[in-house]
Design a protein around this ligand. Structure first.
Ligand code: 2HG
Ligand code: ZN
Length: 468
């Protein structure tokens, strides 16, 4: 039964955004209370769906008044539990989920500035389509593109396959609009590439995971749209030959767009899932490397040149044909989906660790991760972004996720790596933050957060342990 204060809270929220956009029924809230892997979940009082920055500000002021916490959510494609409510705890404040999926306005593309303004709920695919309609392209792309949104991608500083060419989401944000815990609208969407007037809101908010303010819109950088893409899938006989191939590509292929890595375990799983044999294979393959080169004219000659001189290649396929490319890229893009299906089959949510190490430590990382998975008795499926030394270590049927995390993340830290490369800390990795941040850094981060959100209202439990 709802308390009088809860009834008043729902009434006020309904006045702010319209009763149809305050979801209180169990069945309506359910999809917002659990992440898509099924690993992270918690209850909320209501899901509120504002339609403008002013409505976002009004909702935040109401939540502050009623002393409830607020969990910003958009595509809900996150992998670290940062966009769903925390599990219920005795004495904890109740939560409101703020869904930003109604903020879907997109501005006109400015082709001279190569920028566009998008609201937080615009998906990456829609962002890309708007760029293409103007003859341009987007610098960030990843497999969850149809559901993941601009707001979430900025809040987690998402990466994806084009980071080696254009950088992570942080670099694409030339202006931002957000609402602080006090209900103040901050930032600017003017998109001035040069502006040195003290604090830079895009830099502060990219990667803040909904803890410092709720992002409502951004001015985003666009890039040229290269009409010719050559994609190669290369089987290499050792990790070292994969890294030497990466070095050669970086040195001589100016159109290099993506260099992704697929471990044999991931290749087997995805190939079973999509019902097609791997396009390249060899019993000798230690790794598969997928390379994209994109340019205004056919880049395949440059790519072939490097491939023909590289050592350690045991098989390869290359194509520029759109249909063939799609077929090839599916072996990378559909790995997450294949893992989810395998996890559903064993009845345990996937345990995911997204980590990065310096390239020369990649072999040691894979060894440590395999050792930990073997000790747990689970199936390890590694893949990711070779150029950034970023591996997605997916564990199917893990029995002791905490123990796995302890072993693998400690190894990552001792190899000079990071416990999160592109998925964020969320709630999943909070206990291991001290492996990569010293006490002074953690104190400073907490102090910045407390200054902007003294009541710890925005996404408590994410990035830092939850206090109340
Ligand atoms: C990708 O690179 C995403 O496809 C998802 O970051 C990774 O499922 C994963 O672990
Ligand atoms: Zn990734």
């Amino acid at each position: 039964m709802q308390s009088a204060a809860q009834v008043d809270l729902i009434k006020e929220l309904s006045l702010a955004v319209g009763a149809a956009h305050v979801l209180v029924d169990d069945d309506l809230r359910a999809a917002y209370e659990v992440d898509w892997t099924g690993r992270y979940q918690g209850p909320c009082n209501a899901v509120v769906r504002p339609n403008s920055v002013e409505e976002v500000a009004a909702v935040i002021r109401i939540c502050a008044l009623y002393d409830v916490t607020l969990v910003p959510q958009a595509g809900n494609t996150g992998l670290v539990g940062g966009s769903v409510p925390r599990p219920a705890r005795p004495g904890a404040r109740s939560a409101i989920v703020m869904s930003l999926t109604r903020l879907t306005r997109l501005g006109r593309v400015d082709t001279a500035a190569m920028q566009v303004t998008a609201e937080a709920g615009v998906t990456l695919t829609t962002w890309r389509e708007s760029a293409h309609n103007a003859g341009l392209d987007t610098p960030v792309d990843f497999a969850a593109r149809d559901t993941a949104t601009i707001g979430g991608a900025i809040a987690t500083n998402a990466g994806g396959s084009r980071v080696l060419r254009f950088g992570t989401m942080r670099r694409q944000v030339v202006g931002i609009e957000a609402v602080t815990a006090k209900g103040a609208i901050v930032g600017s969407l003017d998109g001035l590439p040069k502006e040195t007037a003290g604090l830079h809101w895009p830099s502060l908010l990219a990667g803040s995971e909904g803890t410092l303010a709720v992002i409502t819109a951004a001015r985003l950088r666009l890039v040229p749209w290269f009409q010719h893409t050559a994609t190669a899938l290369v089987a290499v006989k050792s990790i070292e030959s994969g890294i030497r191939l990466l070095a050669a590509l970086r040195q001589s292929v100016t159109s290099l767009d993506a260099v992704e890595v697929i471990a044999p375990a991931a290749m087997r799983l995805v190939s079973d899932h999509i019902g097609q044999p791997p396009p390249v294979s060899s019993p000798e393959a230690a790794l598969y490397v997928m390379v994209d080169c994109a340019d205004h004219s056919d880049p395949s000659e440059q790519l072939l040149d490097v491939l023909s001189q590289a050592d350690g290649i045991v098989d390869s396929a290359i194509t520029t044909d759109a249909v063939q490319r799609k077929r090839l890229v599916a072996f990378r893009d559909r790995i997450t989906e294949a893992i989810a299906a395998a996890s559903t089959e064993v009845g345990v949510p996937t345990f995911k660790l997204d980590v990065a190490v310096p390239l020369d430590a990649l072999g040691d990382l894979i060894k440590a991760a395999q050792g930990a998975a073997d000790a747990d008795g689970c199936r390890l499926v590694p893949f990711g972004h070779l150029a950034e030394g970023n591996l997605h270590l997916n564990h199917i049927g893990a029995s002791h996720p905490e123990r796995l995390a302890n072993t693998v993340l400690s190894a990552v830290a001792s190899l000079g790596g990071t416990i999160s490369a592109e998925h964020g800390i969320g709630v999943a990795k909070v206990p291991w933050m001290s492996l990569i941040r010293n006490p002074a850094e953690l104190d400073a981060q907490a102090a910045i957060r407390a200054a902007l959100d003294p009541a710890d209202m925005l996404n408590p439990g994410v990035l830092h342990p939850q206090v109340t």
